[in-house]
Ligand binder design. Structure first.
Ligand code: PLP
Length: 446
């Protein structure tokens, strides 16, 4: 066993039982998917310890948010001291705010793409996407364009679980069994690898719906569900140009890509493109506190206020003092430790090691070993080896206590570890991946 965790009075076996009996796990069928999983209680760096004392390697930084690793006292201490100063503060209404929200907004204005300098606080990615959609619609509706409310997204995308976020998400599973989605949405396809001119799909969709009806295009600069492929060089500049031509807002969902993940502070910076609206969450607090931010340009802010109507929106815990304080401390650490540079160097090393592994593991497609910063992936040759291999190998990852991501029906193995992961820990993850593949080959006799 492991040492006692703060506030926990029950024994490990009881805790496992309570989880089975009472915790409703997300993204699962509560009856079908009953295979027991780890119940964590502590972490340091990329290592997690579960309630039974087992050590796990976290190759996905929690939900791609624990960008500086677990066990950073500095971040925990900042949260504690802020809570002692001010347990709660709001920025609802024009006449109140708090010092952390204020300081963080100034810092964000410096680091976000040029033109973004107004910030709306929330608690998570889903509400940030919701805020962005509402802003885009409100800006048109209050300025005499009530029909210009359609939002175009992309298939193979993820934008959260609120009805707006689920509607924007390009995944049939997210649309099933929850009744009517929002109206006024459609989805185009993602750019093919190495393609040229793929942004024309957006123009075609705008013309189909009618530019007078389209408020915004919302997309992740680099999509995870699509398999962690970096879009072609011409894609985002052309998307920007098309949006400008038809007076359509460009919303970059940087909830996962933002704050260093892709080796730039924001993924869209890679193309020198500035969006009109930007969503941020996850790594802004390195996962130590819930926070989201929606950034907009002066032009969008002006459109929001021009009519004199109130933008009636906001969530109670948005921009919580402790969250903003942790975000400031996260930026301090990122600067001090050149975390964005580390993401590039570490990601390159990780992809290289996966390529080497492919030399001895023919199920891995060596040509697909790739990284954009610390977004790292390699493909399994399931066409050759069968879909069963993809299912089994992921079971072996769990058995060997390494947490990785699967995309495209297990075809892509994705790694989104802490940006600060050291090479030795990358090697440890790659070793466990190798062992898992060996075990699966033995199991299936291939
Ligand atoms: N947008 C993107 C691009 C995401 O990756 C996610 C979460 O993974 C979300 C939105 C939703 O964020 P949350 O889970 O914090 O609601």
């Amino acid at each position: 066993g492991v040492g006692a965790a703060t506030g926990i009075t029950a024994a490990p076996t009881q805790l496992i039982g309570y989880d089975r009996q009472h915790v409703m796990h997300g993204f699962t069928n509560l009856d079908r998917d009953l295979a027991p999983g780890p119940i964590f209680q502590s972490g340091k760096g990329i290592r997690l310890v579960d309630v039974e004392g087992n050590e796990w390697l976290d190759g996905c930084a929690g939900q791609a948010n624990v960008s500086l690793g677990y066990g950073r006292d500095e971040l925990a201490d900042v949260a504690a001291s802020t809570l002692k100063s001010l347990a709660f503060g709001t920025h609802f209404y024009h006449n109140r705010s708090h010092v952390w929200a204020s300081q963080l907004a100034d810092r964000l204005a410096d680091i976000t793409p040029s033109g973004i300098d107004q910030f709306f606080y929330g608690v998570g990615g889903s509400d940030a996407v919701e805020t962005a959609i509402k802003i885009a619609r409100f800006a048109n509706i209050t300025n005499g364009r009530p029909d210009k409310i359609h939002i175009i997204g992309r298939m193979n995308s993820y934008h959260g679980v609120s009805y707006g976020g689920a509607s924007m998400t390009g995944d049939h599973a997210m649309w099933a069994n929850i009744g009517p989605l929002l109206s006024g949405f459609s989805h185009i396809s993602q750019p093919e690898i190495g393609s040229v001119g793929a942004a024309s799909a957006l123009e075609e969709e705008i013309l189909r719906v009618g530019p007078e009806n389209v408020a915004a295009f919302l997309a992740e600069p680099i999509s995870t569900p699509n398999g962690l492929y970096c879009p072609p060089d011409d894609y985002w500049p052309q998307i920007r140009e098309i949006c400008d031509r038809y007076d359509i807002l460009l919303i970059a969902d940087e909830v996962l890509c933002g704050i260093g993940r892709t080796g730039k502070m924001f993924a869209i910076d890679r193309w020198n493109v500035s969006p009109d609206i930007l969503t941020i969450s996850k790594a802004i607090t390195a996962g130590y506190f819930p926070l989201s931010v929606v950034g907009v340009t002066e032009r969008v802010r002006a459109a929001l206020s021009a009519s004199g109507e109130k933008f009636v929106h906001g969530v109670t815990n948005g921009g919580h003092p402790a969250a903003c304080a942790v975000a400031l401390a996260t930026f301090d650490i990122m600067e001090r430790e050149d975390v964005v540079g580390q993401a590039v160097r570490g990601g390159n090393y990780f992809a290289q090691q996966l390529g080497k592994l492919a030399d001895s593991q023919p199920i891995l497609d060596k040509s697909t070993a790739r990284s954009t910063g610390m977004m790292v992936a390699i493909n399994l040759k399931l066409d050759e080896y069968g879909d069963e291999f993809g299912v089994r190998v992921h079971e072996e990852f769990v058995r060997r206590r390494v947490l990785v991501r699967s995309y495209r029906n297990n075809r892509t193995i994705g790694f989104l570890p802490a940006l600060t992961i050291v090479n030795q820990d990358i090697d440890a993850i790659v070793d466990r991946v190798a062992e898992s593949i060996d075990a699966t080959r033995a199991l299936l006799g291939v």
